[in-house]
Ligand binder design. Structure first.
Ligand code: NDP
Length: 337
C-alpha cells in the first residue's frame, strides 16, 4: 500500500514537508476482515483539525500515522460474512491505496442505486450534516430566509436545496462569479453573493430584504460578522464549521466583535447551537438515507463533485479546499472505478 502519513504538525497552511509517503505491505487477513483497494478518498475540512494537537472533539492523527479519511473501496479479498471480492464499500481507511479493515467498519454500497462516490458527499457525511443541522437546529419555516456560505460545497449546496424543499428562501454565499452562477443555475438558490466582492455587505442586504431567519454557519470570519448583522428576532444559527479560521495561527486582528455579537444574541433572542454530525446519527441517519436518496433520484437535490486524480495530489488538493479552489465535493480518485 502507498500511504500518506503526517510527518509534522502544520503551522498555518499545511506544506508538503508536513506529509511523508511510505510504501508498506498489508498485514495478513484475520477472520472478520477484508482487504481493500481505495477507489475514492474524501478530503474534508475537519482533517485540518486532526493534523493539529489542539484539543478538539476527536483525537489528533499522531505524527507518523496515516492520515485519516472516508473512502470508497473495492473488496479484494474477504474473510468476513457478507463481503465478497468485487464488492464496493464505504470505509474509513484514510490516505492510502490499500488497507485491511474489519468488515463491520464498512458499509456495502449498491452502484445501481447511486454513483458510489455520492456515499462520500451528498449521500454521505456532508449531506447528512446539512440534513441534521438544518432540520434539527435551523428548522426553517415556509417563507423564511436561510443563508449559508461555502454554498457550492457538499454541505452548503445541500443546505440551500433542503431549505427550498421546506419552502424557505435560500441565499448562498460563495467565492467568485463562477460559483455564484452555479448557485443560481445548478442548485436553484434564490440569490447568490460573492464574499470576495467589495460590495459584499450591500449585496447581502439586497438579497435579504426581510432579514435572515436561519444562518447555517460554515465559515466564520468576516462573512459571519456580516450575516449576523442581518438576523431577525428568534433567528437560529446551527454552528457547523468555521473554515475561514482552520489555518489560523493566532487571534484575528482588529476590534473585538464578540460583545456586539452577544448583544444581538440577547436582544434578538437568537439560538446559537453548535453540533458535530455524529450526534444525530442514531436518531436520523436512516431517515436521511431514505429521504436524500429519493431527492437525489428525482432531481430535487443536485450535487457537484470536484475529482482530482492520484493519491499524490491529496496534500495540494487539501490546501485548495481550505482556500476555496475546490468547486464541489472534493474527492481524490486513488484507483480505477
Ligand atoms: P467545502 O467543499 O464547502 O469547502 C470549504 C469551502 O469554504 C471552500 O471551498 C471555500 O468556498 C469556503 N471558504 C474557505 N475560506 C473561506 C473564507 N475565509 N470565507 C468564506 N468562505 C471560505 O466544504 P464542506 O462542504 O465539506 O464543509 C463545509 C463546512 O462544514 C466546513 O466548515 C466543515 O468543517 C463543516 N463540517 C462540519 C461538520 C460537523 O459535523 N459539524 C461535518 C462536515 C462538515 P468559497 O470559494 O465559496 O469561499
Amino acid at each position: 500500500s502507498t500511504q500518506i502519513r503526517l510527518a509534522a504538525r502544520p503551522l498555518g497552511e499545511p506544506r508538503d514537508s508536513d506529509f511523508q509517503t511510505t510504501v508498506r505491505t498489508l498485514p495478513q487477513l484475520r477472520n472478520g476482515q477484508v482487504s481493500l483497494r481505495t477507489v475514492y478518498l474524501s478530503l474534508d475540512p475537519y482533517m485540518r483539525g486532526r493534523m493539529s494537537d489542539a484539543k478538539s472533539y476527536a483525537d489528533p492523527v499522531e505524527i507518523g500515522d496515516v492520515m485519516v479519511g472516508g473512502t470508497v473501496c473495492e473488496v479484494i479479498e474477504s474473510r468476513a460474512a457478507g463481503r465478497q471480492a468485487g464488492d464496493l464499500v464505504l470505509a474509513y481507511t484514510g490516505w492510502q491505496t490499500h488497507a485491511v479493515a474489519d468488515a463491520r467498519h464498512t458499509r456495502r454500497l449498491d452502484p445501481r442505486q447511486a454513483p458510489v462516490s455520492t456515499a462520500l458527499g451528498v449521500l454521505g457525511m456532508p449531506g447528512f450534516t446539512a440534513y441534521a443541522g438544518l432540520f434539527e437546529i435551523g428548522r426553517p419555516k415556509p417563507g423564511e430566509t436561510v443563508v449559508v456560505a461555502a454554498a457550492t460545497g457538499p454541505v452548503g449546496s445541500a443546505v440551500g436545496q433542503l431549505a427550498r424543499l421546506r419552502g424557505a428562501r435560500a441565499v448562498g454565499i460563495a467565492g467568485g462569479p463562477r460559483k455564484c452562477r452555479a448557485l443560481r443555475e445548478v442548485f436553484g438558490f434564490d440569490a447568490a453573493i460573492d464574499h470576495r466582492s467589495p460590495t459584499f455587505r450591500e449585496d447581502l442586504a439586497a438579497a435579504s430584504p426581510d432579514g435572515v431567519d436561519v444562518y447555517f454557519e460554515n465559515v466564520g470570519g468576516p462573512v459571519a460578522d456580516a450575516v449576523t448583522h442581518r438576523l431577525n428576532k428568534f433567528a437560529r444559527i446551527p454552528v457547523c464549521g468555521l473554515v475561514a479560521d482552520y489555518n489560523a495561527t493566532g487571534q484575528p486582528e482588529g476590534v473585538d466583535r464578540l460583545p456586539g455579537f452577544l448583544r444581538r444574541v440577547l436582544t434578538l433572542s437568537l439560538t446559537v447551537r453548535g453540533f458535530i454530525q455524529d450526534e444525530f446519527v442514531p436518531s436520523l441517519h436512516d431517515a436521511f438515507l431514505h429521504d436524500m436518496a429519493g431527492w437525489v433520484r428525482e432531481g430535487s437535490v443536485r450535487y457537484r463533485e470536484d475529482i482530482v486524480e492520484g493519491l499524490e495530489q491529496a496534500p495540494e488538493a487539501f490546501r485548495g479546499l481550505l482556500s476555496g479552489r475546490n468547486f464541489g465535493k472534493l474527492l481524490v480518485r486513488v484507483g480505477e472505478d
